[in-house]
Design a protein around this ligand. Sequence first.
Ligand SMILES: [Zn+2]
Ligand SMILES: [Zn+2]
Length: 288
Amino acid sequence: MQVFFKTTIKGVIYMSDSAANKDYLKLHKEIAKQVNSLIDQVEFANLALIDGYLQEQVKQKKPIASVIDVPIDAKQFFGFVQQIAEISVGNQPHLQETMDAITTALKTTDETEKFIEATKCLNSYYFADFAERNSLNGAIVQFLAEMAYRPYIKALAKLLDEKVKFEGYNHNMCPVCGEKARLARGAEDGKREACCTRCDTVWEIQRLQCPHCKNEKHEDLKYIVAGDDENRKLYVCESCKGYIKIVNLKDQLGTPSFFIIDLETIHLDMVASQEGYGEEAESNSKVM
Ligand SMILES: [Zn+2]
Ligand SMILES: [Zn+2]
């Protein structure tokens, strides 16, 4: 099966072939479910967090995960990699060889440590090098690394949610993990909240403003609805050509996974790209 993907720097893989969309969603939903089930296994016993220091990072708009060293147990991380690899192969058997090669290469503790460090700081040079050394596809390697890292970043976000306030932050990057805001939802009193698709952190953004360039000229800002679904639409900016997806989650049961909602609204990203919005239009690449 030949499938075309677009990748973002954070390793999320998008597919532009709608015929295989169902398989793709199923795989990612299974991975997301597994990631969420692993959060409770993560313990940050030795992580000293000073509330004032953390609050200062938010004020300076520095993602907290970039200024503290998130402790990761190499053995546990390797176990997470194996579990994500298993789910991937279960859904896409042609990935068997690739996944085996990655886990074999990681069996030396030394390599796992380097792999973890590269994952933390999104070092795509390391992944390109790792892929070349092992004759693999770099995008798949980085995707696997990112998914194994998610339980840690989500556990950190949960911990910080009780310690740090994000009021007045109003920025387009997640205050915890640094991911660019792709999704927002309506909140009480007509407010709007950005929802991190990577670590599930939620923070307030201005409703009548582009979250990326802060443009407030109403003639530059508009909604684009795809079909007749008013509950999921694009909010686009003519000034910077950026966009954010606005979703209505009022009817959503339980705690939503913003990663899944991001995947389920991928048609909106395609509409945005067709209409000339967003930066991902340039980076089409074939990876699996
Ligand atoms: Zn985040
Ligand atoms: Zn803008």
